[in-house]
Design a binder for this molecule. Structure first.
Ligand code: NAD
Length: 472
């Protein structure tokens, strides 16, 4: 559990502790063995982080920046090693693993550079009625942040909270997914090595119980990224102690394709957005609504693009296996329901899902109340639906209970349609993922959660605003 040794010194020899394996999803081979940390272990981790948080806060921005820069440099210099670990624990191609590392260090650099500007104490005009007063506003660190992360982007996603929490002056206790504990421990080890403050980034490993213990361990805020079902449990548990929560959950992102859209670009975006990372992306495109005038042409283009996507375990493959075996059943179930209810698979189908891989599937004529349209599939599947106009497209896109990201391809009306979409982020005529833009807030509405990571809002999420007014 400590950042340099996975066994707490006062918790007995490692052989006596319950342990679990992380597995390579492509082969089933054991990648590493990790402790299942108990509630008592988690409490000790939080206590160590509490001590570190005082040291860290006292350093202020100028003292913290070189340490965070040293961590960034260490991650960068050992990126090959980390990418191999990400590949082994998630199954994704090494190039994709490297991409998420590059994005993660970019966020670390952005948060480090901008924290002083966004959070430092500033004078505030208290207004005419209080003209005899002076006032200051300052954003103070909470103390200790509990970060609970998923497996799909095991470096990038938690870094969206960890980097901003640290840059704002907090210590962190991080619980990585049970599928990617090795990546989590790697981050903890390198943080300790580069920044030299024991307890600053504690890592606890295990299953949901360990995450639940972290929520109950007296941390000052919980930053959770994962499924909506778990997000709701965490919020309920945190309500007992009024612990603030930041909840980033799943999505069912829609793409809108207008009659005057660049169809080649839109089809490319739909295939990339739907299939990359084998569809295991919170902001992956899952539903596409296409203007009737261009529907047939667009569908042909997507079918061609999706048919060319190769699934496999080597780095020549476009997409790897499905990381979490139980997700294969969910993907197969969504395809089955869509087909049973009159949908057609133009690419893939139920047979595209075996016991390790889900190959691309493109579904049409799927009823809007089918689970393939209403629920997060988290696999390389797309549903494409014809709409008579863009008002119908907006209405159907917004009918989802999720609202994380969305995409619009349109010649003229992109920005207008984007504003009407009920989602935290909308890309217009681009395949850009908001995840890669450190200066913009990232987060959703509805069942996709609340609060924002990244950007100035992401820094402020890890602080308490402190107002001081004084008589002049
Ligand atoms: P998950 O909810 O199963 O697990 C996430 C984390 O929560 C894991 O570390 C898990 O051990 C822990 N956990 C489970 N039960 C818990 C409990 N009762 N108390 C505390 N912690 C608990 O999610 P997952 O399968 O790891 O991740 C996939 C999901 O994450 C998808 O829905 C995806 O869309 C979402 N996701 C969202 C974003 C975003 O930024 N919005 C980013 C990446 C992934």
């Amino acid at each position: 559990m400590t950042t340099t040794d996975t066994t707490p010194s006062d918790a007995g020899p490692i052989a006596e502790r319950e342990r679990f394996d992380s597995l390579d999803p492509a082969t089933g081979a054991v990648v590493g063995t990790h402790p299942v940390h108990s509630a008592a272990d988690v409490d000790r981790a939080v206590a160590r982080a509490r001590i570190a948080s005082d040291t860290w806060a006292d350093l202020d921005f100028d003292g913290r920046a070189p340490k965070l820069a040293a961590w960034k440099a260490l991650i960068t210099s050992r990126a090959d090693e980390l990418a191999e670990l990400v590949r082994a624990e998630t199954g994704k191609p090494t190039g994709d693993a490297m991409l998420e590392i590059v994005l993660a260090v970019d966020h670390l650099a952005w948060a480090t550079k901008h924290a002083p500007k966004v959070l430092k104490r500033r004078s505030v005009n208290p207004g005419l009625l209080m003209s005899n007063m002076g006032a200051t506003l300052e954003y103070l660190p909470f103390g200790v942040i509990g970060v609970i992360g998923p497996w799909n982007y095991p470096v990038f996603t938690p870094m969206g909270s960890i980097a901003y929490a640290l840059a704002a002056g907090n210590a962190v206790v991080f619980k990585p997914s049970e599928h990617t504990p090795g990546v989590g421990e790697w981050l903890g080890r390198t943080a300790a090595e580069a920044m030299g403050i024991p307890g600053l980034l504690e890592v606890v490993t295990g299953f949901g119980e360990t995450g639940g213990a972290l929520v109950q361990a007296g941390v000052d805020k919980v930053a959770f990224t994962g499924s909506t079902a778990t997000g709701k449990k965490i919020m309920a548990a945190a309500s007992e102690t009024l612990t603030p929560v930041l909840i980033e959950c799943g999505g069912k992102d829609a793409m809108l394709v207008d009659a005057d859209a660049d169809l080649d670009a839109a089809a490319d975006a739909a295939a990339w957005g739907g299939m990359s990372n084998a569809g295991q992306t919170c902001v992956g495109v899952e539903r596409v609504y296409v203007h009737t005038d261009v529907y047939d042409e667009f569908v042909d283009k997507v079918v061609a693009e999706a048919s060319a996507v190769e699934a496999g375990s080597g780095d020549q493959a476009d997409i790897g296996p499905i990381t979490m075996p139980s997700q294969l059943e969910v993907i197969r179930g969504h395809i089955h329901d869509a087909l049973a209810r009159g949908g057609r698979a133009l690419v893939g189908g139920e047979d595209a899902v075996d016991d390790r891989y889900a190959r691309p599937t493109v579904l049409v004529d799927v009823p809007e109340d089918s689970v393939a349209v209403t629920d997060e599939t988290f696999g390389p599947t797309l549903t494409i639906a014809r709409v008579r106009d863009m008002d119908e497209a907006v209405e159907k896109a917004n009918a989802s209970r999720y609202g994380l990201g969305s995409t619009v391809y349109s010649g003229e009306r992109g920005p207008e349609l984007a504003r009407r979409l009920r989602s935290g982020m909308t890309a217009v005529n681009s395949v850009i993922s908001f995840a890669g833009i450190p200066s913009l807030p990232f987060g959703g509405v509805g069942d996709s959660g609340f609060g924002r990571i990244h950007g100035p809002d992401g820094l402020r999420e890890f602080t308490r605003p402190k107002a001081v007014a004084r008589q002049r």
